[in-house]
Design a protein around this ligand. Structure first.
Ligand code: HEM
Length: 405
């Protein structure tokens, strides 16, 4: 395929994608998609490469250790319960907006110190739409000079990115004054040291912005698709709610409960498979390389689509069917390692994978025990590839769940 006259080598084989991501096939850097987003991500993990990436990744990883996630789970639960507590019976909900606002709120409240999170959350939410539209539009421009045109989408992107950076910078300055006793994600990044190397102020800003954007878009769309599927599969919903009720009773969910919820975990895994948020990821060849029998020149762009790979009929039977049991009844036990890589592999594997699964589990447990969500009559849901694959037109109606239903 071609974008802006530039050839893109599109991989459809999961084995080749694994070889690409693990470096087995030769050396690759981040490539087109990520470079386009550097205006907002700066040199954050998702954009950087080489020694800088390796060093920063080592410093950032501890912020996602289990004991940290256990603490974030309490924050996640209180945010979701508060948000779902504002819904009223029969209220139509633009579900993707609901899940997005909730995800942004969770990220700001886990990332920033609690006394600074409120103001930051409001400003971050306001800047988000302009950033998301800007990233998506500029990634699709056929020619780089189009980014400089005074188009409304470009101007709004610049303004929103500047606002986003200012908010994050102000919080960092505040939190750096008093790093002791700071158990927020940013606090962990501020205190992180590796042979006396610490993250600079600009690096802290880039990493915080990266977490906010990479973390909110992915989880929120997955969650919206999850409830879309649940509404179409009442038998799955019933088993899920039964499991949540039997294993949790009326008590609030904690990190320790996760392993007691195998059916919930399988349903989440199935939603991530069927509705993977990333439809287009890329790399660039450092030097000429042969991949799947094709020669890719130095500088050649190579792309792949997790959304499409996860629907490969050679890997998954009835790939378009939402079927959590496929993860429980042995059908997927012998999949090759490369066949299902929802969080990627290799040095750029998702740093927030455990965080993401925790957030999905907590959100589902809090919402599904309290509400039944059904599609608003007449609503027509479509997949729209944007920064993630969006569920356009997803309007759902909330009804309080009755005992036994
Ligand atoms: C359902 C949720 C999520 C999915 C499916 C997902 C998926 C992925 C994938 C496939 C990659 C690798 C991209 C590549 O190789 O080019 C990635 C990277 C990344 N993700 Fe996630 N992600 C999710 C949630 C999150 C969350 C919640 C955060 C942060 C709190 C996060 C932060 C990142 C970062 C920073 C990277 C870049 C890591 C690096 O390059 O070292 N993600 N994610």
């Amino acid at each position: 395929m071609f974008i802006g006259g530039r050839p893109i080598y599109f991989l459809t084989s999961h084995r080749l994608v694994r070889a690409l991501l693990t470096g087995e096939s030769g050396a690759f850097t981040r490539g087109l998609v990520f470079e386009k987003a550097a205006k907002v991500f700066g040199q954050g993990l998702i954009v950087s490469d080489g020694e800088q990436h390796r060093r920063n990744r080592r410093l950032i990883q501890p912020a996602f250790q289990q004991h940290k996630i256990e603490h974030y789970v309490d924050v996640m639960r209180s945010v979701v319960e508060k948000r779902a507590g504002t819904w009223t019976a029969g209220q139509p909900l633009k579900l993707n907006s609901e899940t997005h606002e909730t995800a942004v709120e969770i990220l700001t409240r886990t990332l920033f110190r609690s006394d600074l999170a409120d103001r930051a959350a409001d400003n971050v939410k306001r800047a988000f739409p302009g950033i998301v539209a800007g990233i998506a539009a500029q990634a699709l421009y056929p020619y780089p000079w189009m980014e400089k045109l005074p188009l409304p989408v470009n101007r709004r992107y610049d303004r929103s990115a500047a606002r986003f950076h200012d908010v994050v910078k102000a919080v960092i300055a505040e939190q750096r004054k008093n790093p002791a006793q700071d158990d927020s994600l940013l606090g962990t990044l501020i205190s992180a040291r590796d042979q006396d190397h610490a993250l600079s102020e600009a690096q802290l800003r880039d990493e915080a912005v990266t977490m906010l954007i990479a973390g909110a878009e992915t989880v929120s769309t997955t969650l919206a698709w999850f409830f879309h599927e649940l509404a179409h599969h009442p038998e799955v919903e019933q088993r899920l709610v039964d499991e949540l009720r039997t294993r949790l009773g009326d008590r609030p969910i904690s990190f320790q409960d996760f392993r007691k919820l195998p059916y919930t975990a399988a349903a989440i895994n199935e939603a991530v498979r069927l509705h993977h948020p990333n439809w287009f990821l890329s790399r660039r060849a450092v030097s000429a390389v042969t991949l799947g029998g094709h020669r890719i020149p130095a500088g050649g762009e190579v792309a792949f689509s997790p959304s499409t790979m996860n629907r490969d009929p050679e890997v998954f039977d009835h790939p378009l069917r939402f079927d959590p049991d496929r993860w429980l009844d042995g059908r997927t036990d012998d999949l090759p390692r490369s066949a299902y890589m929802p969080f990627g592999v290799g040095k750029h594997k998702c740093v927030g994978d455990t965080y993401a699964l925790a957030e999905l589990t907590v959100s589902i447990a809090c919402i599904a025990r309290r509400w039944t969500l059904t599609h608003q009559p007449g609503s027509h849901v479509r997949e729209v590839p944007w920064t993630t694959v969006q569920p356009a037109g997803l309007i759902m109606v909330a009804q309080p769940r009755r005992d036994g239903s």
